[in-house]
Design a binder for this molecule. Structure first.
Ligand code: SAM
Length: 222
């Protein structure tokens, strides 16, 4: 009767811990955001286990049934497509419901994109705020206004096609000279971190184009 949250690689398949492998091997069922994506990883690790889909679109309905199964003694392991479940990924609802029902929850330490992005940025890492994805429309401006007074380093997840729009808004709300870093394709072949002012980053990515997975780290208000 236990729910494990198991972090999986964010690019480099070697970034899986020995304990993650053991937990995946010992679980009764592996809950996966995308059974095809996780199926490929499990095959690579030589693990053959029943996979069940658990994603943002069935999260609300699935939670009660999963809690019942856990209460009956099953051990479930939740994985997302990449990184740590419940970090800008499904998981929080299940964790909350398990705890409400006295079910033990254990999140293994492991890959997540925001930690290497923060550390590589060279911006203060003693205090920071993880903002995940900014709202696309409703609430976006309110969030940006709120963050204008933030003094801690700010971390954002972003998609490549929105990067320039977002950097432009950061320059508008936080000032064009604010220091920032864009971490792209962490742990993959074309991994790169570009550091500079927001103006410099906009110029760089306007000239170069934007591809791949991205974390933006922005200095807090000085
Ligand atoms: N659960 C994941 C984690 O622990 O980091 C995050 C999942 S979220 C749906 C996907 C976003 O994470 C991407 O859009 C990107 O912002 C960031 N991300 C994931 N892998 C990345 C990588 N290899 N390099 C840079 N950013 C990455």
């Amino acid at each position: 009767m236990k729910l494990y949250l198991v972090p999986t690689p964010i690019g480099n398949l070697d970034d899986i811990t020995l304990r993650a492998i053991n937990v995946l091997k010992s679980a009764d069922v592996i809950l996966a955001e995308d059974t095809r994506t996780s199926g490929i990883l499990l095959k690579h690790l030589g693990i053959s286990k029943p996979l069940q889909s658990y994603h943002i679109f069935n999260e609300h309905q699935a939670v009660q049934k999963l809690v019942q199964r856990l209460s009956k003694g099953e051990t479930l392991a939740l994985v997302s497509d990449a990184g740590t479940p419940a970090i800008s990924d499904p998981g929080f609802l299940l964790v909350r419901e398990c705890l409400k029902h006295g079910i033990t929850v254990e999140c293994l330490p492991g890959p997540t994109a925001f930690v290497p992005a923060l550390v590589n940025s060279g911006l203060p890492s003693d205090r920071f705020t993880f903002e995940g994805f900014l709202p696309h429309k409703k609430g976006r401006q309110t969030r940006l206004i709120e963050l204008q007074t933030e003094t801690r380093t700010m971390i954002f997840y972003e998609s490549p096609h929105r990067l320039l729009k977002t950097l432009g808004q950061f320059a508008e709300y936080f000032g064009p000279d604010r220091q920032a870093a864009v971490a792209r394709e962490l742990t993959k072949i074309y991994e790169e971190t570009v550091r500079g002012t927001l103006t410099e980053l906009i110029a760089y990515y306007t000239a170069k184009g934007v591809k791949g997975e991205i974390v933006v780290v922005v200095a807090g208000k000085g």
